[in-house]
Structure formats: C-alpha cells, structure tokens
Design a protein around this ligand. Structure first.
Ligand SMILES: Cc1ncc(COP(=O)(O)O)c(C=O)c1O
Ligand SMILES: [Zn+2]
Length: 430
C-alpha cells in the first residue's frame, strides 16, 4: 500500500446507497434525518448533528439467523451483517468474543443475585477499543486512506497502533501528556508515531479535528467516527448471544464520550429488530469518575445538556473527557430505559478495582473500578435491583493502570531465603 501521499483519497460515495454492500443504505443524521452517501464524514452539513450508519434491516432479517451467526468466527466478525464493511475483515485478529463471566462472589458482596461481568480486558491490546478500531481501520483501508490516527485518552492509542501494523497503515496517535506511562509504552511498542500533547483530552481532540481537515488521514474518532463507533454494538450482540439470545435486564457501562453506551443500546435494539432476540430492551445505567463527571452531574441536576468539565482530575484517566460528544444522548437513553448514572471518587475507584479482583479474579483498569464502584452505589440505592440479571462492562485491563492501585496494596515483604525467615514472616501474619 502506498504510504507517502498525504492527500485525501478519492472516496467512493453513492447517493442513496452503497454499491459495495446492499445491506448498508448510507449515513443519516441522528438529529434531522438528512442522508449522505457512505464516506469519511461524521457531522451533518445542515444541522451539525452526528451521522449514523443506516442499514437495510429488512434485507438483513431475511439472511441473518442465530445459526448463521454461531457458525461465524470467534470474534466480532461473526456479526458482520450488522457492521459497515464492504470487503474482507481481518478475521484472524481475535477482537471480541470475550468471556461473559458469572460473578457470584461479587454479586454476593453487592447484594445482587444474577450478576455477570463482560470481561473486555482480554482483547488483543487489552481494552474494548480493539472492537471499534477493528471496524474503523478496515473501513479506513476500504476508503483508501494510508494513514490512520486518533485522539486518545490512552486505550485507543494502542488499539490504533496495533491495527495499523496488521492492516499496513501508518499510524499517528495523540494523547494528553499526563496519560499513564504504561499507555504510552503500549502504543509505542507497535511502532506508531506517538505524540504527547500538553493539554487535556479535549485539547487533543480539538487539535486532531484540525489535523483531520488538513492532513487527509483517517482519524478514527473524528472523520471515520460513524464507522468506528459501530464496533461497540458487538458488546451488546455478544452479551445477548452468550446469555442464550436474550438481553439482560440491566447493564452498567462506563462513560467517557458516551459513544460506547449509545452503541450498546443500538446493538440490543438491532438484535430485536432483526429477530434474533425478543423485543426486551435492557435498562441502561452509566458510570463516571467524580473528577470528570459532566454526564453524572447533568443527570442528578435533571439537565438535558452537559456542562463541560474544564480540568478533569481523576485516576480514571481513560474516562477523562470533559466535553463528551454523546453526553446528551446518554442522558436520554438512561432516562428512557429507567437506569441511573452515578460517580465514584478516586478512593472508591481503587476499592472497586480491588473488590473485582479479590472476588472474581479479574484485574480491571481504573475505568473498571469506576463501573464496579458505581454498580455498588446503584445496588445500594435500589436502581439496580437484587433479582435483575445485570451485566457490568469491564472495558480495560488493570496492567495498564497498576500505579493507581499500588498505594492500596503496599509493598510485598522481602525475606531471607530460609525456612526460619519464612516462619518469622508467618508469625507476623497471625
Ligand atoms: C477502558 C475504557 N472504558 C470505557 C471508555 C468509554 O468510552 P466512550 O468514549 O465510548 O464513552 C473508554 C474510553 O476511552 C475506555 O478507555
Ligand atoms: Zn442534521
């Protein structure tokens, strides 16, 4: 693949449809319904609303069955009928089809009888971002881009860097300079151009929007965002399939930009629409960190719009988006489905990481600590009910943020290599 020209490629867009794939009708504005051909654009020219991929659900209903999905690969591409690709996907790359774990011990600790953990910490680069990136990278290549880039709070960077290697794309990733060192290393190791920006994520995002206009690159979460975000629907598809083609009663999702929650909701809706599950939609709840809580704050105050947080300050850096693009839609979804949104302090987040690890053997990053800490609060306040089938999404791996919980753990004791020394140590444990 040519890698030198920075020019935006010619893009095949076809008014009223997409010649490459009859299942995909085009892009439509979430606000005014205006339609656009499939192309690397993300906002409506008329009203600046976000664009969504539109599918021909009647056509898909005619071909998709539970059995056809079950015959597919053990990764997100088993749901390719509901993903916006024309050509081949990298089906060897094992993104998705992550474990849905029955969490009896954690459930007992929280007073919940039917709790499950969707463990997305075990994706190839150890977060759910591999899902969205797999779709975005494949689409970027279909559009003919040679460079793939992103604005990242940490996890997206490594997912973009690794996918770039596999698909032969140049990669540029931009992160706030105060992102955890582990997340820089996790992106650099793949050979990406990793740029630390002296500013918040919102500053990084603004810079990347300008670069997307200028450089002719595919920016994962900017110009190819409508395709990128579709990847998160697979978090809903898998959960329903793993529960025997049944949506749970209630799901708890961490919120940064809010895109993941919007697409999980869309995913459960689509499964019912194409007849793979019954028409039961789960209640949707959201989790934020107190140090960056624009959506949780708007929720408790009863606002429809989100007031940005200018200076996020939380150990859950991956969720530190002060001005979340999908905040308005998240508020609407949670209110319409009867869920709730709550927030967790740094101490509660670290305790959440510890609680999940010590009950279920799953080491989550701080975003997972946010989810567990908020799940605990929602269970205590009765928003999440004891008898409900609840799924909590754990979206990133604890090895990415070990320093955030190290102070809770202390240092392991050092002993001399003798039996006496070990017995003395045991004596101190009693
Ligand atoms: C581990 C983790 N979980 C959840 C999210 C939230 O994603 P979204 O921006 O789609 O709300 C992020 C975002 O970066 C993340 O890194
Ligand atoms: Zn519009």
């Amino acid at each position: 693949m040519a890698i030198s020209s920075p020019a935006r490629p010619e893009v095949a867009g076809h008014p009223g449809g997409n010649d490459g794939n009859p299942r995909i009708l085009g892009l439509a504005c979430r606000e005014c319904g205006g339609t656009y051909p499939i192309s690397p654009i993300h906002v409506c020219e008329r009203c600046f609303g976000p664009l969504e991929v539109q599918y021909d659900y009647e056509l898909i209903t005619g071909s998709i069955t539970r059995e056809s999905v079950e015959r597919g690969p053990d990764n997100i591409w088993r749901y390719r009928d509901l993903l916006p690709l024309d050509g081949e996907a990298d089906t060897d790359w094992r993104v998705g089809w992550t474990p849905l774990v029955r969490a009896t011990r954690l459930g007992k600790a929280l007073g919940l009888d039917d709790l499950w953990i969707k463990n997305d910490a075990v994706n190839p680069t150890y977060s759910f971002k591999d899902r969205v990136v797999a779709v975005a990278a494949a689409k970027a290549r279909e559009f003919g881009f040679d460079t793939f880039a992103c604005a990242s709070t940490g996890n997206l960077a490594s997912a973009v860097a690794a996918a770039g290697v596999r698909l032969g794309l140049h990669t540029y990733v931009f992160l706030p300079a105060n992102t955890e060192p582990e997340k820089f290393i996790n992106a650099q190791v793949y050979g990406a151009n990793v740029v630390a920006v002296d500013g918040t994520y919102d500053d990084v995002n603004r810079l990347c929007s300008e670069l997307a206009d200028q450089k002719g690159w595919a920016f994962c979460n900017i110009n190819v965002r409508p395709f990128y975000s579709e990847g998160s629907k697979t978090l809903a598809f898998e959960v329903a399939e793993q529960l025997g083609w049944e949506a749970p009663d209630h799901v708890v999702v961490p919120i940064a930009s809010g895109a993941q929650m919007v697409k999980i909701t869309k995913g459960f809706g689509e499964l019912a629409k194409v007849g793979l599950t019954a028409r039961k939609a789960p209640r949707i709840s959201g989790a934020q960190a107190s140090g960056c809580n624009p959506v949780a704050n708007a929720y408790v105050r009863g606002w429809d719009a989100v007031k940005p947080v200018r200076h996020p300050d939380t150990i859950a850096k991956s969720l530190a988006i002060g001005n979340p693009a999908d905040g308005y839609y998240v508020l609407k979804i949670v209110r319409e489905t009867g869920g709730g949104i709550d927030e967790a302090t740094d101490a509660e987040i670290a305790a959440g990481v510890r609680l999940l690890a010590s009950t279920e053997g799953i080491f989550a990053e701080t975003a997972g600590g946010v989810t567990i800490a908020v799940l605990k609060k929602l269970a205590e306040s009765g928003v999440v009910k004891r008898g409900e089938r609840v799924v909590a999404y754990i979206t990133g791996n604890g090895l990415k943020t070990p320093q955030a919980i190290a102070p809770l753990l202390g240092l392991a004791p050092v002993i001399r290599p003798t039996l006496d020394a070990f017995d003395a140590y045991l004596g101190t444990q009693a």
